[in-house]
Design a binder for this molecule. Structure first.
Ligand code: NAP
Ligand code: ZN
Ligand code: ZN
Length: 349
């Protein structure tokens, strides 16, 4: 039987999130039913709830940094059992047969199903995210939370963690590499911690002077006020890799000129408006690249969770109650989050 569960939803782009009862599908043979304990608050939740990408289906239940406990499993489930601590990120299914899927990069599957705003296989109903009491997910898309990771702090790893880990690995970040991280928010601060743990020299670019000291505590070797041209110019032609996590449109050329020969800037931020740049001369002058990267595959997400447990890399979090979500969105827009809100789902009521 499908079950009715409590959730928090946006009814329209310009209304605050409010309680809503939603349906979760019956537990199928390959399904895992999860009671949600913690859910991180990603800036993508805000973009989506407010229809900033122009494709929101209402009512919208955001939340894709989910940690919970397995309540029930289907008859064919092998990877998880009741009582396990598990995680769910941005995807809940994919086609399983295309080239990206068979290579473990489900994030590139054309038929990938998002944790929210997707269309559920079988029921054909829209998917709802983690701002809810429970969720039913195919076992392939359910991650194991390693022992030793604080469950509340594991939640942001399911999006902010993997979205930064994957490009850092893909572009070979490690010892001897000078790495920039643009924007010190939820993604950015994980980028700093991960790049530092991988052994790179890390430089933070921030618009918030108040984050300078904190950047060093997070593992950065130095921090730069990105609005100061003199501080920026001092780093021209020096970066092997720059991870750009900014949630708003800006001039990319300010960063492209900081890349050394063959350097790459990877965009992970997903603003509603297009960026200015990159100019052709800056790119061809140093054979520089501007790239992009979405989340990461399931195999790599598990690898990232294990890496974080092994290297003691966890986000800085502020626990909030479900009812605080609208105020949290406003604070996020003021760059006033240090550095990830996590909802205590026991407060859902
Ligand atoms: P966040 O916590 O709000 O952090 C964004 C940071 O960007 C802010 O803390 C701020 O850093 C900087 N920033 C904001 N507005 C700016 C502006 N107008 N000019 C310059 N810098 C500005 O957001 P998040 O959760 O980390 O997400 C960041 C972006 O990544 C969002 O667009 C989100 O949708 C996207 N995202 C993409 C993926 C993916 O798969 N690629 C996954 C998750 C999220 P400072 O205060 O340091 O300047
Ligand atoms: Zn996210
Ligand atoms: Zn596929």
């Amino acid at each position: 039987m499908p079950s009715s569960v409590a959730a928090f939803a946006a009814a329209a782009a310009d209304t605050p999130l409010a309680p809503l009862a939603i349906e979760r599908r019956e537990v199928g043979p390959q399904d895992v039913a999860i009671d949600i304990l913690w859910c991180g608050v990603c800036h993508s939740d805000l973009h989506y709830a407010r229809n900033e990408w122009g494709r929101t289906v209402y009512p919208a239940v955001p939340g894709h940094e989910i940690v919970g406990r397995v309540r029930e499993v289907g008859s064919g489930v092998k990877r998880h059992k009741p009582g396990d601590l598990v995680g769910v990120g941005c995807m809940v299914d994919s086609c399983r047969t295309c080239e990206p899927c068979t290579e473990g990069e489900e994030q590139f599957c054309a038929h990938q199903i998002g944790t929210y705003g997707g269309v559920e296989k079988g029921t054909q109903r829209q998917t709802f995210g983690g701002y809810s009491r429970s969720v039913v997910v195919d076992e392939h898309f359910v991650l194991r939370i390693p022992a030793g990771l604080d469950p509340a702090k594991a939640a942001p790893l399911l999006c902010a963690g993997i979205t930064t880990y994957s490009p850092l690995r893909h572009w070979g970040v490690g010892p001897g590499k000078k790495v920039g991280v643009v924007g010190l928010g939820g993604l950015g601060h994980m980028g700093v911690k991960l790049a530092h743990a991988m052994g790179a020299e890390v430089v933070v670019f921030t618009t918030s002077p108040s984050k300078f000291e904190e950047a060093r505590k997070l593992g950065a070797d130095s921090a730069i006020l990105s609005t100061d041209p003199a501080q920026m110019k001092a780093h021209n032609n020096s970066f092997h890799f720059i991870l750009n996590t900014v949630s708003a449109a800006h001039n990319l050329d300010h960063y492209v000129r900081l890349l050394r020969r063959n350097g790459t800037m990877c965009l992970v931020g997903a603003p509603a408006e297009p960026h200015k740049g990159p100019g052709a001369w800056l790119l061809l002058g140093g054979r520089r690249s501007v790239a992009g990267s979405p989340i990461g595959g399931i195999r790599e997400t598990q690898e990232m969770l294990d890496f974080c447990a092994e290297h003691d890399v966890t986000p800085e979090t502020e626990v909030i109650a479900m009812g605080d979500i609208n105020a949290a969105y406003e604070r996020m827009l003021r760059n006033d989050v240090r550095y990830r809100f996590v909802i205590d789902m026991s407060t859902l009521g």
